[in-house]
Design a protein around this ligand. Structure first.
Ligand SMILES: *Cc1c(COP(=O)(O)O)cnc(C)c1O
Length: 497
């Protein structure tokens, strides 16, 4: 399987690359990203064959259908990381259980990994694959990530103590939950550096971008023989591990006798950078019987307007802080891969360049109709989300504020009573103050108080991995202003900090 450029070729970047090359360097000509040239078809027979197979077997079959240039032994080790997820002590490992919440609504829980958010589903195996590639090439890689709270912990966890890879993670000091911050600042492996920034997530992200574009910084990395790579969700190495759970959750519905093989379903995805939804789109294109993909947003509802009206417009938008912060995003990078797949390189380049220069692009009526064949969208305000958290709790299901946005889309976007798979992207423990507020009315609680309040109300325990964070030693205490980031990183790379 080859990967090609979404915006055409500039005569410098390679036109087409292998999977491993796309992982090590995801960016292509004109600011585009590498995307699969074609998709394998996994029809009815494939689904039937995997009905009684476990998650890792399904994953292995999908990877081999993509014919990727990664050694079988590495793939096996990467997939074995799912064994540390919950419910994997027995031999039929299921890292992503499907829970029935209403007649037509089933929740696919994607947060049973080590850092309790869905980023682990892809980053766990991805970390192993990337580090093996770096070792094979005998090269040192630096991964830099700016995080609003979930990517950071998941990236640190997957790369800790891995050979040939170092990670620098920038987070906005005061801009994450206590649990998210503690998950980062208690990491003590020598190949990891966590840096708090005075400012918000946008400051952390723009600091990262200016560093990536800095000639002096890049020259210094070259001197040290270190290459840069990216672990964000434009990396296809993450997307490939995300299309699997869409197929898995469909098979779970069949196994639970909720549908027959071949019946259509809705996928309902809480969306930010659009990696999760893109995984669903590829699964559908590969033959999964999907009626439509519901795109759930919060008050940052650029995607809702795009899918309903064909206009992607961020010209007057600024990020609004919500109770589902992992979805506080305006520019959803993976939409580009949908444009490329539907409309080809020329049009994608034109639209993405309009977005860069005018902060806006508009689809033709015909193009919009193609998008609406697949997607339908709505957004959920914080107050509505709170109501959905309360209602689900009364029905016996405890969920986080990101998952709650899908319940709104479930209510407003469906025109048939088909079974619907809602993707739950975080455990309740990661956003406890918002949930405690919804369930008890309490406001302004710290994470630990909120965790206790929810645990009491729901009559459940706080998981050890979360509880232990509050007594763990803080090993990463650097909090600095943007101006000092470069010096701090170079000192870390020299082993001096
Ligand atoms: C990252 C994240 C999302 C958004 O997923 P995308 O793939 O970026 O659309 C939603 N919810 C949570 C909890 C997340 O961590």
């Amino acid at each position: 399987m080859k990967f090609t450029e979404t915006r055409g070729n500039d005569g410098v970047s390679p036109k087409s690359v292998s999977f491993s090359e796309a992982i090590l360097g995801p960016m292509s000509s004109f600011g585009g990203i590498y995307s699969p040239e074609s998709l394998p078809k996994l029809g009815h027979d494939f689904l039937e064959e995997h009905l009684n197979k476990d998650y890792k077997t399904l994953a292995r079959s999908i990877l081999s259908a993509f014919d990727i240039d990664i050694k079988d032994a590495v793939i096996d080790e990467a997939l074995a990381l799912y064994d540390q997820f919950d419910d994997c002590s027995n031999k039929a490992c299921n890292p992503a259980p499907l829970v029935k919440v209403k007649d037509d609504l089933f929740v696919s829980e994607l947060w049973h990994g080590p850092t309790r958010a869905f980023k682990d589903m892809a980053l766990q195996p991805f970390g192993k694959v990337l580090s093996s590639l770096a070792q094979d090439k005998n090269e040192e890689y630096l991964i830099m990530a700016a995080t609003s709270g979930d990517t950071g912990p998941a990236a640190l966890d997957t790369f800790k103590n891995r050979e040939n890879v170092r990670v620098v993670c920038l987070y906005p000091d005061g801009g994450t939950s206590d649990v998210q911050r503690l998950q980062m600042v208690t990491e003590d492996a020598s190949n990891l550096k966590v840096i708090g920034i005075h400012g918000d997530f946008d400051d952390a992200q723009s600091a990262l971008k200016s560093l990536l574009g800095s000639d002096t910084f890049n020259a210094k990395l070259q001197e040290k023989n270190i290459s840069l790579s990216a672990a964000n969700s434009v990396n296809f190495g993450r997307i490939i591990f995300q299309l699997m759970y869409h197929i898995h959750s469909y098979l779970e519905l069949v196994r639970q006798d909720a549908i027959s093989l071949g019946d259509k379903v809705y996928l309902d995805v809480p969306s930010g950078n659009f990696g999760n939804a893109l995984g669903g789109y590829y699964a559908m294109k590969m033959g999964l019987p999907v009626e439509k993909i519901l795109i759930a947003s919060n008050n940052n509802n650029v995607l809702t307007h795009f899918i309903n009206n064909g206009v992607y417009d961020i010209s007057n938008a600024s990020v609004i802080a919500t109770t589902s912060p992992a979805m506080d995003i305006l520019k959803s990078s993976n939409v580009e891969r949908i444009l490329f797949d539907l409309f080809g390189t020329e049009r994608t380049k034109e639209l993405m360049q309009a977005l860069d220069s005018e902060k806006k692009y508009t689809l033709t009526q015909g193009e919009l109709a193609q998008v609406q064949e697949i997607f339908i969208a709505d957004f959920c305000t914080d107050d509505e989300g709170k109501k959905y958290i309360q209602e689900a709790f009364d029905d016996g299901y405890l969920m986080d504020p990101h998952t709650a946005t899908c319940f709104k889309a479930y209510d407003t976007c469906r025109d048939q009573s088909l079974k619907t798979i809602v993707y739950s992207t975080a455990e309740w423990t990661k956003f406890s103050p918002t949930i405690a507020n919804a369930l008890t009315g309490e406001t302004g609680s710290s994470d630990i108080d909120a965790l206790k309040a929810i645990a009491k109300k729901a009559e459940i325990g706080i998981p050890d991995s979360i509880n232990d964070l509050f007594s763990k030693k803080i090993t990463q205490s650097v909090v600095i202003s943007k101006a000092n980031i470069e010096t701090e990183i170079l000192a870390f790379l020299d082993g001096k900090s």
